[in-house]
Design a protein around this ligand. Structure first.
Ligand SMILES: Cc1cc2nc3c(=O)[nH]c(=O)nc-3n(C[C@H](O)[C@H](O)[C@H](O)COP(=O)(O)OP(=O)(O)OC[C@H]3O[C@@H](n4cnc5c(N)ncnc54)[C@H](O)[C@@H]3O)c2cc1C
Length: 390
């Protein structure tokens, strides 16, 4: 593995940094997905910023050229994500581009590709992912939402939960059961759902931060045209898994931590009462070490993908390590700042403008989203260590 940038990556990193220095004013734009604490002007800024990323072709840089992407390597995409996340840039991750797009490119018809991909390329629409249900999270194949064929349409009934960003979404990728008799993985289909269709009700769910980033989505007799079915009926499980397997190195998880760690280190350096305390110094040093390890674990995943290998246990190692580091960073922040660290943004008494408080509340959810730490540890034990299933 290479532990330094190639000349091409170094040049790209430089270009990204110049762009960010010119286009991204200081601020915590992307700190915690904290929808309710984002001022309207920040939401407008995020929209405009996304469009700039799209204009430069960066949003879809990983797409093949035939679909209007740049065919960028996994490593180049990792450099892009690393720089965007380190700067706290908003809008660099896009559920349409990263989840719906690959499904369409691999399994959609030409008509479906022409219909949805162009808008994704120019950041013209918002997408969400309607997979999880109240009784189906880690065991996703147990999902119960039903789609019943009726002429040229499917009639969908069910409930989705933990849907991120649904309130802003125009379209969603949705899994629904189309054959209740088949073994559970074989009766699921993959649909594009118009989030404004009659029968779709979106209710905000308030999270730990008091924010409405999550939603639950109720589907009552929603009529989904047949041309919104992606791939074959009852093969949706395999589409979902192949596209989720495309997930990149997830460097953003680790690097998001860096900016909070760096802010905390600056604060400690400037605070005489803190900077000489051994336990504070050791704790910060510990997080710094972990950040370095986490970063290389992500690079290992990208390198394997670039070599055409499928990182399996390696991706789980990077996921567990990166998200547990995020959680630990919140605990470190609170330990270092003490009680003032728990003051919300907006108060003049909040150190670091409440950044640690937001981080400490947001970070535990990262160990759950996209596969919990426990489930990933199972993968590491079985596929990585060759241990039998429990
Ligand atoms: C921030 C965030 C964003 C999300 N966004 C979306 C989204 O946009 N769209 C979407 O569809 N979903 C989304 N989710 C849902 C997410 O995919 C699920 O929360 C996750 O898959 C876990 O499922 P669950 O919540 O049902 O927990 P469960 O699967 O019920 O797990 C409960 C507990 O049991 C443990 N557990 C479960 N199975 C095992 C096992 N086999 N071995 C050991 N322990 C086990 C888990 O680790 C966990 O601690 C999001 C979640 C979060 C936190």
């Amino acid at each position: 593995m290479l532990f330094h940038d190639s000349p091409e990556h170094a040049a790209f990193r430089h270009e990204l940094r110049q762009f960010l220095a010119a286009e991204l004013p200081a601020g915590d734009w992307n700190m915690t997905n904290d929808r309710d604490h984002v001022a309207p002007q920040a939401a407008a800024f995020t929209e405009a910023f996304r469009k700039k990323l799209a204009q430069r072709g960066w949003l879809t840089m990983g797409w093949p050229r035939e679909f209007g992407g740049a065919g960028a390597s996994y490593m180049t995409q990792t450099v892009y994500m690393e720089e965007m996340s380190a700067a706290g840039a908003p809008g660099a991750y896009d559920q349409g581009v990263w989840l719906a797009g690959p499904a369409l490119m691999m399994h959609g018809t030409k008509e479906q590709q022409d219909r949805w991909l162009p808008d994704m390329r120019v950041a013209g629409v918002h997408w969400c992912q309607l997979f999880s249900e109240p009784g189906a999270g880690s065991d996703l194949a147990s999902l119960q939402t039903r789609a019943v064929r009726d002429g040229d349409e499917y009639v969908v009934n069910g409930q989705k939960i933990w849907t991120s960003g649904a309130l802003d979404a125009d379209w969603g990728i949705m899994l629904a059961r189309t054959d209740a008799e088949a073994p559970k993985h074989r009766g699921i289909s993959y649909f594009m759902l118009n989030m404004r269709a009659p029968g779709v009700t979106i209710r905000p769910l308030v999270n730990l931060m008091g924010s409405h980033h999550f939603t639950e989505v109720f589907l009552e007799d929603v009529r989904v045209p047949r041309d919104c079915l992606v791939g074959e009926e009852n093969r949706g499980w395999y589409i979902a898994t192949t596209t989720l397997d495309q997930e990149r190195s997830s460097i953003n998880r680790v690097v998001m931590t860096r900016s909070t760690l760096e802010a905390l280190i600056r604060y400690v350096r400037e605070t005489p009462a803190l900077r000489r305390r051994a336990e504070v110094r050791h704790e910060l040093a510990e997080r710094h070490l972990e950040f370095e390890i986490g970063r290389w674990l992500c690079y290992r995943v990208a390198q394997m993908q670039g070599e055409g290998k499928v990182p399996n246990a390696e991706a789980s190692v990077s996921k567990v390590f990166g998200t547990e580091l995020q959680r630990q960073m919140g605990i470190t922040g609170l330990r270092v700042l003490g009680l003032p660290g728990t003051i919300e943004p907006g108060s003049r008494y909040a150190p670091l403008h409440g950044r640690v408080e937001r981080w400490a509340l947001a970070a535990p959810s990262y160990t759950i989203a996209g596969g919990t730490s426990e489930v990933n540890r199972n993968i590491i034990a079985t596929r990585g260590l060759g241990l039998p299933r429990a």
